[in-house]
Design a protein around this ligand. Structure first.
Ligand code: TYD
Length: 227
């Protein structure tokens, strides 16, 4: 059965404002009468939320990056089959905070896992449900880190980054580059949005990307006799 909804994922490092932008886009689409499902990874389904707890609590950390990658994939497959695929089949616009590109970047690039392993996991996890559009929110790594710390109330001003903070900054920069590489390699699916401007400016930009994709919904509905 053909997919009928629209699957939009949001990606980027910490502190890029993904959840704010998803909320604003969802509000805007709902005001136009669009059926919107907002979800997130890791998590988004009861099974995946249970796995989220295992991953983010650090309980799996001692078992290594491969184990974590498999857990992310297990959570993703449950989320896809239990929530995303049914929502798309019902014609909804699904807005997902992080998806397969986060695994490519966090487990594949900064986790140093071999590409074939990450690709195989991705194929099994998404099982054909690939985003129609991926919005990559992009800001310099230092700014993302600063915002992420503000959010967690840990933003004390320091004169110079210590060794670990510097390492953290390098990791964030690597992730930023990796997301930009993904966008460059898949320009039909991915759009990069400069996330350093005002919330409203970014929201307008995000809407201008998603809005033209909405007619696809009615076209698909007509094709399947559900106009
Ligand atoms: P979360 O608290 O949801 O953070 P954020 O607001 O940055 O999305 O935690 C998700 C963390 O999990 C985040 O650090 C990115 C990481 N992650 C992966 O490493 N791989 C993945 O496939 C996904 C979906 C997330």
């Amino acid at each position: 059965m053909p997919k009928q909804g629209l699957f939009v994922t949001f990606e980027g490092g910490e502190g890029t404002g993904k959840s704010t932008q998803i909320r604003l886009l969802a509000d805007r689409l709902r005001r136009r009468g669009v059926d919107v499902l907002v979800t997130r990874e890791p998590g988004g389904s009861p099974g995946a939320e249970a796995v989220r707890h295992v991953i983010l609590s650090g309980a799996a950390e001692e078992y290594g990056t491969r184990m974590e990658a498999v857990l992310f994939a297990a959570a993703r497959n449950d989320h896809v089959e239990e929530v995303i695929r049914p929502a798309l089949a019902s014609g909804a616009v699904v807005l997902c905070d992080r998806f397969m590109d986060s695994s490519r970047v966090y487990q594949g690039i900064t986790g140093n896992l071999e590409p074939a392993f990450v690709q195989n996991l991705e194929r099994v996890a998404v099982n054909g449900v690939v985003p129609d559009c991926t919005i990559i929110l992009d800001i310099p790594a230092a700014e993302g880190l600063r915002r992420a710390r503000l959010r967690t109330g840990n933003a004390e001003v320091q004169e110079a980054p210590d060794r670990f903070e510097k390492e953290e900054l390098e990791t964030h920069e690597k992730r930023r580059e990796a997301f930009l590489d993904i966008a460059e390699a898949d320009p039909l699916r991915c759009r990069v949005v400069d996330a350093s401007g005002s919330i409203e400016t970014i929201a307008d930009k995000v809407f201008s990307i998603v809005d033209p994709l909405l007619p696809i919904l009615s076209t698909r509905a007509k094709e399947t006799g559900q106009a």
